[in-house]
Design a protein around this ligand. Structure first.
Ligand SMILES: Cc1cc2nc3c(=O)[nH]c(=O)nc-3n(C[C@H](O)[C@H](O)[C@H](O)COP(=O)(O)OP(=O)(O)OC[C@H]3O[C@@H](n4cnc5c(N)ncnc54)[C@H](O)[C@@H]3O)c2cc1C
Length: 550
């Protein structure tokens, strides 16, 4: 019989929550092993193609649920490989939200001021930089001018894109082959490797069991590199501390599956899922109105050219991120590049006489796809998603070799969430239909329900054991030595893109994990600089780290 492998820290998943903790703990001297279910792609592997087997199908995980579908990353680097790299900080009011529980959702010890120095660390590490108007592509300018004409403000969003390397190829969703998008493949992960961390791709963790020593055994299957439905082997690794960072669509499922052997899970595991209140609206812009009303012009008859319109979301309107507005009526609107393939299915004909999703009127609408402008809404939902019993393996029953699976998430939007969508849809129409600039195509939920690229909260931090799975140090209640540092730890919708906040929380969780390792006899230090050696932001977090480490 083979002896089971051992490590100090076993990390599940290599997105923000996994990469950041892997780096700091490896740099501090711990033995770190990262298991990642997806493949490991390098810059040259990121294709400009949608064909099967290209990076577009290899690096995504699209899980269709009951009323909510979730799109996420599936590769070393996780969601950072596929993201649009728009990186705003969460507004101050978000930390004070009550949501569905009628009292503050966030732990008392965390508010925006507390998180600020941890945001700074991430901003230095990736790095995240402001975007200037010179860098805004034409479509962002159209959205900004439309906002101004309708009496709203708009601003370029901070981003983790090196614009000096960006070619505006518009394939950033399938991974950046120019190293312009600052994914985790360029900073935390190589730094973790240089400190001895081991990353194993195509290793899908299934469950965790307890060891008599107080540590944990993590059980995984190895996955076929082309057909992810096929299991090529299995194994287990023993660890003193386990960090779950498999993303919100997967972390709660691993814990649910582990419950039979690990013991009762906190009630909040697999509950309080938030889709970040997301919603898409697409408008067909009238070209002559762009000239007449906004005074903008473009070359030839090719307004946006869809794939030639520039990077992902660049300009956002933050007028409604106003603490004085009632909860559920606060949201941000972001001009978003969205592949026409999905839009073709989901955008509906306004005021159609026949079916809204099919027929001559839809065909006419599709003919104008070069003039589509998509606006992405992030609002406040009610944490109403609940995961059903876990599937036999992974977090979904995989339907195709790559990309697509059926999951067990059930989401029925409450009246609060629906009100938020109604108010934000009206705001989008007010901006984009002002003076006949465009017609907004309603984006139906009828076909596949709601959808999110920003799943949050199904294993969240908080003070109340009844409504939070983790304490304010991200440790799983009742299971010491298991930490969760991904999006599932965030208490609720953020009204903006969440990766920066997930990353800041992961940075903040590290001292507590170092403390847990030391308690288990691992000689590990805390205090590594940014992955490139920069130390400017480290000073801001030193006192908070000392308070945890003593
Ligand atoms: C198309 C798209 C665009 C986006 N754009 C933005 C943006 O502009 N700004 C922003 O803030 N956010 C954006 N996001 C969201 C952002 O990517 C996520 O919020 C973020 O990556 C979540 O981080 P995480 O640590 O929770 O998990 P992830 O980054 O999702 O990492 C989880 C990792 O765990 C792996 N995993 C899952 N299950 C297992 C298992 N059982 N065993 C081992 N490994 C497993 C996954 O393959 C994945 O690599 C975007 C997302 C998408 C899909």
């Amino acid at each position: 019989m083979n002896a089971t492998e051992t490590t100090d820290v076993l990390i599940v998943g290599s997105g923000f929550g996994g990469a950041i903790t892997a780096y700091h703990l490896a740099a501090g001297g711990a033995r770190v092993t990262v298991l990642e279910r997806g493949p490991w792609l390098r810059s040259e592997d990121f294709d400009h193609d949608f064909k099967f087997g290209s990076s577009a199908t290899r690096v995504f995980d699209f899980v269709v649920g009951d009323g909510m579908s979730v799109l996420g990353g599936n590769c070393v680097g996780g969601g950072s490989v596929v993201y649009f790299a728009t990186m705003p900080r969460a507004p101050r009011f978000v930390f004070e939200r009550h949501g569905s529980i009628g009292r503050r959702m966030w732990p008392a010890v965390i508010d925006r001021d507390v998180l600020e120095p941890w945001y700074d660390r991430v901003a230095e590490a990736l790095p995240i930089t402001p975007t200037s108007w010179d860098e805004v592509p034409y479509i962002g300018g159209v959205f900004a001018a439309a906002c101004k004409a309708a009496g709203h403000t708009a601003n370029p969003s901070p981003s983790a894109v090196d614009t000096s390397l960006c070619t505006n190829c518009n394939w950033m969703m399938s991974g950046c082959r120019f190293d312009a998008k600052r994914s985790l493949l360029l900073n935390y992960l190589p730094a973790a490797l240089s400190h001895g961390a081991e990353i194993r791709p195509l290793h899908e963790v299934q469950r965790i069991t307890r060891l008599d020593t107080g540590g944990y055994r993590v059980h995984y299957n190895t996955i076929h590199e082309v057909d992810y439905r096929q299991q090529t082997g299995s194994g287990a690794i023993d660890a003193k501390v386990v960090i779950l960072a498999a993303g919100t669509a997967a972390t709660p499922v691993i814990l649910q599956r582990s419950e039979a052997e690990l013991g009762t899970m906190p009630h909040a595991v697999g509950r309080y899922f938030s889709g970040n209140g997301e919603r898409l609206n697409t408008a067909v812009i009238e070209e002559d109105k762009v000239r007449e009303l906004l005074g903008l012009s473009r070359d030839e008859e090719n307004a946006y050219g869809a794939y030639q319109i520039g990077r992902g979301p660049v300009v956002a309107s933050w007028d409604r991120l106003n603490a004085d507005l009632p909860e559920y009526e606060r949201f941000s609107l972001e001009q978003l590049y969205f592949p026409p393939g999905f839009g073709t299915i989901l955008a509906q004909v306004p005021d159609a006489t026949g079916p809204t999703w099919y027929g001559p009127e839809k065909k006419e609408m599709l003919r104008k796809w070069r003039s589509w402008l998509t606006v992405f809404t992030m609002s406040e939902d009610d944490n109403e998603g609940v995961f059903g019993p876990p599937p036999p393996t992974g977090n979904s029953e995989r339907l195709s070799q790559q990309l697509l699976g059926f999951g067990r998430l059930r989401y029925r939007p409450t009246a609060n969430t629906l009100r938020g969508w109604e108010v934000s849809d009206a705001a989008v129409r007010q901006i984009l239909e002002h003076n006949g600039l465009s017609r907004v195509m309603p984006w139906t939920n009828d076909v596949i329900g709601a959808y999110t690229v920003h799943p949050l909260s199904a294993c969240r931090i908080g003070d109340d054991p009844a409504t939070s799975a983790l304490d304010d140090r991200h440790e799983l209640r009742g299971h010491p030595g298991i930490f969760v540092t991904d999006g599932s730890a965030v208490p609720g919708a953020l009204t903006v893109n969440p990766a920066f906040t997930i990353a800041a929380l992961a940075e903040r969780a590290v001292p507590g994990i170092v403390h847990a390792l030391r308690e288990r006899g691992v000689d590990v230090r805390y205090g590594a600089p940014a992955p490139d050696g920069g130390g400017a932001a480290r000073r801001g977090t030193a006192a908070a780290a000392r308070a945890v480490l003593g």
